[in-house]
Design a protein around this ligand. Structure first.
Ligand SMILES: Cc1cc2nc3c(=O)[nH]c(=O)nc-3n(C[C@H](O)[C@H](O)[C@H](O)COP(=O)(O)OP(=O)(O)OC[C@H]3O[C@@H](n4cnc5c(N)ncnc54)[C@H](O)[C@@H]3O)c2cc1C
Length: 383
């Protein structure tokens, strides 16, 4: 993915991240704190608005450039999860919103004055089967009244706006399971006690929450796209998300490889660097090649996405391969560091926990295997 512009971008992001080292991220992790300073720095540099067209005040770049930004952030040891969704959640609005909606929201998002970095899809009972969600938006005149519950909704407490997927036609009344779902922009600033949010403690510092909707009124003017076609509208955004989060895994993988090869070259046991032992070298080299291979698939998916591809084949494969490559690299680094891998000061155990997320989110890897088996290879569906 090398070209002069992207190379410059990579250098600039690397320089910004250099101001936020392991001590900064470790302290945020220990305190379960939101990394405001880092997010502010990225916002001021314009990186979180990189996918917003210039006419709305963004940088007007493509997914390929966004991949460079997120990969470089994670390669530095930082965690893009604090803010990555500010980049791509607006994609549903950009692709399916009306001109009025784009004018209303995008300039504020591009300027960083409006935070749209929460999207609410997952529910406790439906899990990976999104068509089974039960949060319901009932149309009453010019408003929809929303009731239901979502889980694992990240950054909702650091967002002004949230993209919400809800049923607008009950499941038994639709012809196709994917029908009867709609997408809304929820203004959390007006929500009052109609939206209740509670933290879910997880093994990483990711600000993930459960959210209850108790008669929340959403203006019909905030529905994005057609009523009943929300599943399709949201899926196109999910493809971008998969490519971008694959880039974070690639960044994580390179972080582990960088750290492990440096440590293996410096650490002496039995009077020689541990990296002279092939038992230490080979897992690192093996993981590095997996990361590079995943990056090639990610590059292809990003190129195709920017050229207008709407299918999920490339994004899913990139996400799957990158998450596994990062996890292999995480384990190679953990082994290389011996007991120090588990000591938080070395920055391996925090990253180890963070890298594991992408095997399950934003889509569980089994679901990717199922997509490839049935949609790419044409085998019969199992569900
Ligand atoms: C830290 C974190 C942040 C998140 N942020 C968000 C967010 O901001 N917004 C949002 O909407 N969601 C978010 N999620 C939710 C995430 O997308 C889901 O956790 C994920 O899609 C899996 O759903 P589930 O947890 O209900 O697992 P389940 O669907 O219950 O699956 C459990 C296991 O069973 C497997 N499985 C299920 N069905 C099948 C099948 N048919 N064949 C084979 N295997 C199967 C899965 O692969 C998985 O391993 C987040 C999750 C986490 C952990």
């Amino acid at each position: 993915m090398s070209d002069p512009f992207r190379d410059q971008l990579r250098t600039a992001v690397r320089a910004l991240c250099a101001d936020f080292g392991n001590d900064y991220w470790q302290a945020a992790d220990d305190e379960r704190a939101y990394p405001h300073e880092f997010v502010d720095a990225l916002t001021e540099a314009g990186y979180l608005a990189c996918l917003i067209p210039e006419e709305y005040g963004g940088m007007g770049l493509g997914v390929r450039e966004a991949c460079v930004i997120l990969e470089e952030i994670n390669r530095s040891g930082a965690n893009s999860g604090a803010c990555h969704a500010q980049m791509y959640t607006m994609g549903t609005l950009l692709r399916h919103g009306s001109d009025e909606q784009k004018q209303r929201f995008l300039p504020g998002i591009a300027a960083g004055e409006l935070r749209l970095q929460a999207f609410a899809v997952t529910e406790p009972d439906a899990g990976s089967d999104t068509t089974r969600i039960r949060t319901f938006a009932e149309r009453r005149g010019d408003t929809y009244v929303v009731r239901g519950q979502k889980v694992f909704i990240s950054r909702v407490r650091q967002s002004d706006l949230m993209v919400l997927l809800a049923r607008t036609t009950p499941l038994p009344e639709v012809e196709k399971r994917t029908g009867g779902l709609s997408v809304f922009i929820v203004d959390l600033r007006d929500a009052g006690d109609r939206v209740r949010v509670g933290a879910i403690d997880t093994m990483i510092n990711h600000e993930s929450c459960e959210v209850f909707f108790d008669g929340l009124e959403v203006p019909a003017a905030n529905r994005i796209g057609e009523e009943g076609r929300g599943f399709r509208h949201i899926m196109s955004g999910m493809n971008a998300e998969r490519i971008l989060l694959a880039s974070e895994s690639i960044g994580d993988g390179l972080y582990f490889v960088d750290r492990a090869s440096d440590y293996a070259s410096a650490r002496k046991v039995f009077d020689r660097p541990i990296g002279e032992n092939q038992g230490v070298q080979f897992p690192i080299a093996d993981a590095y090649m997996d990361v590079r291979a995943a990056a090639a698939v990610r590059d292809e998916a990003a190129r195709e996405y920017d050229a207008g591809e709407t299918r999920g084949h490339g994004p899913n494969m990139a996400k799957y391969l990158a998450s596994r490559a990062a996890w292999k690299a995480a384990n190679a680094a953990m082994d290389t560091f011996g007991g120090w891998g588990m000591a938080s000061e070395y920055g391996i155990e925090r990253k180890f926990r963070e890298a594991r997320l992408y095997m399950v989110a934003p889509v569980a890897n089994n679901l990717v295997l199922s997509h490839v088996a049935t949609h790419v290879l044409g085998m019969p569906r199992s569900f």
